[in-house]
Design a protein. Structure first.
Length: 134
C-alpha cells in the first residue's frame, strides 16, 4: 500500500478514473457482451466476422490489463501512452464512423475527458517531483 500513500489524492483519483474507464470498456462492450458498435468499427479493417469477434475479445483483455497498469504501476509514461492511444482511437472513429460523434456520450466527449485526466495526472507527477527533496 506504500505505492498509494506516496501519491496526492488528485493523482490517485486520476488513476482510479482512468483505470475504471479502461477496465469497464474492455470488459463490458468487448468481452461480456460484444457490442455491435465495436464489431462494426473493427469490421472496417478486419474482413472476417469471426476474426473481428476474436480480435475484440483480445483488445478487451488488453484494455483491462492497461487499466490495471494505470492503477497499479508508477510509470508516468503510461499516461502519455493513454493520451496517444485515445487520440489514435478518436482519429480511427473519425475516419470510419464519423456519425458516432453526433451520439450522446460519444467518443469525442469520452476521449477528451480521459485525455484531460491524463494531463492532470502528469501535472501532479511533475509537481511531486519538483516538491520532493533530492
Amino acid at each position: 500500500m506504500r505505492f498509494f500513500s506516496n501519491q496526492t489524492p488528485t493523482l490517485l483519483l486520476c488513476r482510479i478514473a482512468l483505470a475504471f474507464s479502461w477496465i469497464y470498456q474492455g470488459a463490458v462492450p468487448k468481452i461480456v457482451c460484444q457490442s455491435r458498435g465495436e464489431i462494426d468499427l473493427l469490421g472496417h479493417v478486419i474482413p472476417v466476422y469471426q476474426w473481428v469477434c476474436e480480435a475484440i475479445f483480445w483488445i478487451g483483455a488488453g484494455e483491462i490489463a492497461f487499466g490495471l497498469l494505470l492503477l497499479l504501476a508508477a510509470w508516468s509514461w503510461l499516461f502519455w501512452i493513454n493520451i496517444v492511444s485515445l487520440t489514435g482511437l478518436l482519429l480511427f472513429v473519425l475516419l470510419f464512423e464519423p456519425a458516432m460523434f453526433t451520439l450522446p456520450f460519444n467518443p469525442l466527449t469520452l476521449n477528451i475527458s480521459l485525455i484531460v485526466i491524463s494531463v492532470i495526472a502528469l501535472i501532479e507527477i511533475h509537481k511531486n517531483k519538483t516538491l520532493t527533496p533530492r
